[in-house]
Every structure is written in C-alpha cells, then in structure tokens.
Design a protein around this ligand. Structure first.
Ligand SMILES: Nc1ncnc2c1ncn2[C@@H]1O[C@H](COP(=O)(O)OP(=O)(O)OP(=O)(O)O)[C@@H](O)[C@H]1O
Ligand SMILES: O=C(CO)[C@H](O)[C@H](O)COP(=O)(O)O
Length: 325
C-alpha cells in the first residue's frame, strides 16, 4: 500500500513541529511537504496564535514575544492533543497587522498538521505531542538579510526599526528558542555559500544567492529504499557543470548520534531525479518537482536550500512510514 493511502486509512493525525525565529525560512522549507502531500492531507498553523500577551501588553512589560510567559504553551498542548484525537479546536488568532489577539476560529484536524513557530517543542508536553521535530537555523547574517528583505520590501517597515527589533530579540532567541535544537530530529543550518559567484554573474550584476546548508539528522533505524544521487562526471570534466559540494560526516550532537550532510552551491536537476521518482512511487502520487513554485528561474539547477527541501520531505516520509506501518 502506498503511503498516502496508508496515512488516510490509519485515521491518525501526525504532527510536524517546525521551530525557528521569525523570518528563518520555516514556511519556505515546509511548503514542499504541503505541495507534495496536498492541501487535503496537510494543514498548517502558526504558533504566533498562541501569544498570551498582545503587542501593547508586551510593550508595557518591556518583554519580547520570545519569552515563555508571552505564550500559551498549555493551551497549545491541549489543542494538539485534541487534534491528535481527531477533534476540532477553537483556536485564537494573532493579528500581525494590529498586534491584537482575536478569534477564536474553528480549526479541524487533517492527517498531517504542521505547527510552525518560536517554541513548538519547548516543553516536554509539547515534545510528546509532535511526531517530527525540525529546527531551522540560518546564520545571523542570512537571517538579517531575509528578515530585512521581507519586512522592509514586502511589509513596508522602516529598515532601522526592523534592525533594532532583530538586535533586541537576540538574547531571548538564544535563551528560549535556540535551546530547542537539542530536541530536534533534524536541524537545518544555513550560511552564505563558500563558493564565489562566477565572474560572468558578477559582470552582469546578477550574482545569484547561493547557500551552504548543514543538515544534522538523527540516524533512523528503518530508512526507506536506497536512493542514488547521480553525478555526470563527463560534464564535470568538460567544466560545463556549475559548482557544488556535498560532504557527509558522522558526529555527536547534544548526546545523540547524528549524520551531518553539508550541501553548497548549485546541483544539476539530473542529480535529484531518482529521489523525486522514489518519492512518487512511495507516495503513490506524482510529485511536483522542487523547482515548481520557486521564486527564481534556476534553469536546470537547484540550490542547496531547494535540495534540502527534498531531503526534508524524504526524511519526513521515512518517519511517518515508520509510525504508520
Ligand atoms: N531558502 C530561501 N532562499 C531565499 N530566501 C529565503 C529562503 N527561505 C526564506 N527566505 C526569505 O526569508 C523570508 C521569510 O521566510 P519564511 O516566511 O519562510 O520564514 P518564516 O520562518 O516562516 O517566518 P515567520 O515565522 O515570520 O512567518 C522569505 O520571504 C524569503 O524572502
Ligand atoms: O516572532 C514573531 C513571529 O514568529 C513575531 O515577532 C511575534 O509573533 C510578534 O509579532 P509582532 O511582530 O506582530 O509584534
């Protein structure tokens, strides 16, 4: 039986928890899971809806939304437990435009629920309620760029306000958000690429963003089938391939045995075709390619963050398969 059928038949609700700072790329990384499994199977909500203090109250108290007391962990745990039992919840809604808490709205369970936010597995109770825990961790430089680009470019905030807020949040981020890495099954660390842009790109002023992504994963007892990453050596010999690197190391991470894969640069699409095919077979549905829905036209290449999306999906399906069978 294919996984999608199995998920539906099991009647279970699987919870994926994605932790990370505001603007750290949580939604971008999990978009693939939603696109792949379909809107009928996956639903998402943000943990921002579980702020206990609105913007005005936080300002009066002089505290950031990252502080535990600014959030309702107990209510989130109660709601996740209900959703896992197949029950609808009455969820509060945090309005980012006004900074006020509104609602409630009805939120119904679906076979896979993704909860994204600052602390989705901060407490032991919350950790017990999620089946797969991901921590997204861009470097300071990458996070500042992404957040400035979104908040200034898309939301119209003043750059100095965004930068001041970023700096104000840093100590609490370290104290209350970063610690969750210890419990994550997958930590995604993003830095700027170590590969310099090509001189042709510099000359055109069109140097593309490249990243170096380190994926730290707990070792799974029952992995899926084998998957090939195919490298066309002949293209490499003719220097027609773009630059990339893949590194794999075993390591210990907060007392756990992990595999650390580091991806950098741009990868030919042919390299990931086998993985996409395997995902299709396993799911029992045509898988949209990772490049579909990308903001940029990458030609026949994917960058390290897009490659990571695919590995994340694969890893998530392995985990669900282990639980569902
Ligand atoms: N892989 C990526 N490559 C390039 N830019 C990215 C990537 N991921 C995120 N960004 C940039 O960062 C912005 C924020 O990303 P995203 O919405 O995924 O973060 P988030 O953690 O879900 O944020 P929030 O919790 O505040 O909603 C995006 O609008 C985009 O500009
Ligand atoms: O960390 C955040 C999102 O994950 C926000 O800063 C938090 O939700 C508070 O929102 P606002 O910017 O509207 O005060």
């Amino acid at each position: 039986m294919r996984l999608l059928e199995k998920i539906r038949e099991s009647g279970r609700v699987f919870v994926v928890a994605v932790a990370g700072d505001s603007g750290s790329g949580k939604t971008t990384f999990t978009r693939g899971i939603r696109r792949l499994l379909g809107e009928d199977v996956v639903s998402t909500f943000s943990m921002d809806d579980y702020h206990s203090l609105d913007r005005r109250q936080r300002k009066t108290l002089g505290i950031t939304p990252l502080r535990p007391e600014a959030n309702r962990f107990d209510l989130l745990a109660e709601h996740l437990a209900m959703l896992r039992r197949g029950l609808a919840i009455e969820k509060p809604v945090y309005d980012h435009t006004t900074g006020e808490i509104r609602g409630p709205v009805i939120f119904k369970p679906s076979p896979v629920i993704i909860v994204e936010g600052l602390h989705p597995f901060y407490t032991e109770e919350l950790r017990k309620l999620s089946d797969f825990k991901i921590f997204v961790d861009p470097s300071r430089a990458v996070k500042r760029r992404w957040k400035l680009r979104r908040d200034v470019g898309e939301r119209g905030y003043a750059p100095e306000d965004v930068m001041r807020e970023i700096l104000e949040r840093e100590p609490d981020y370290k104290l209350y958000v970063d610690v969750q890495k210890v419990y994550a099954e997958m930590v995604i660390k993003i830095q700027d690429s170590r590969i310099p842009p090509e001189w042709t790109e510099i000359a055109r002023g069109s140097a593309r963003e490249k990243y170096s992504v380190r994926i730290i994963q707990q070792i799974l007892d029952h992995p899926l089938d084998e998957v090939d990453l195919t490298i066309d050596l002949s293209r490499i010999m003719r220097l027609t391939e773009r630059e990339f690197s893949i590194e794999f190391q075993r390591d210990d991470y907060y007392g756990k045995r992990v595999g650390v894969m580091t991806l950098d640069g741009e990868f030919p699409l042919t390299m990931i075709k086998d993985l996409e095919r395997k995902l299709c077979d396993f799911l029992g549905r045509d898988v949209p390619s990772v490049t579909e829905g990308c903001q940029e036209d990458h030609g026949s290449y994917v960058n390290a963050t897009e490659m990571t999306q695919l590995i994340l999906i694969w890893r998530f399906l392995e985990k669900i398969a282990n639980l569902a069978w």
